[in-house]
Design a protein around this ligand. Structure first.
Ligand SMILES: [Zn+2]
Length: 79
């Protein structure tokens, strides 16, 4: 462990509010600004690879339908 400065594994709701319709797994290596991982789009259920610049807010765009998957910060999440 300790090879990554950021790791997340989220489930995402679709626009209708159905929980766990999609998923994003992402990690950033130490000393890198590139986020790598994969996703399952909550809207069209397309799966794809993530390879993009790591910046906040974190938004992963579906390569098929163009849906933007936002990953809010977990800290302070009240629900
Ligand atoms: Zn999609």
């Amino acid at each position: 462990m300790g090879n990554f400065r950021y790791i997340t594994n989220r489930t995402l709701a679709d626009k209708k509010g159905n929980e766990d319709s999609g998923r994003v797994r992402m990690m950033v290596r130490n000393g890198s600004d590139i986020a790598e991982g994969d996703y399952l789009c909550p809207e069209c259920h397309h799966t794809g690879k993530i390879h993009q610049l790591f910046k906040r807010p974190i938004i992963v765009k579906c390569g098929k339908c163009g849906y933007s998957m936002r990953l809010p910060r977990l800290k302070g999440k009240a629900k």
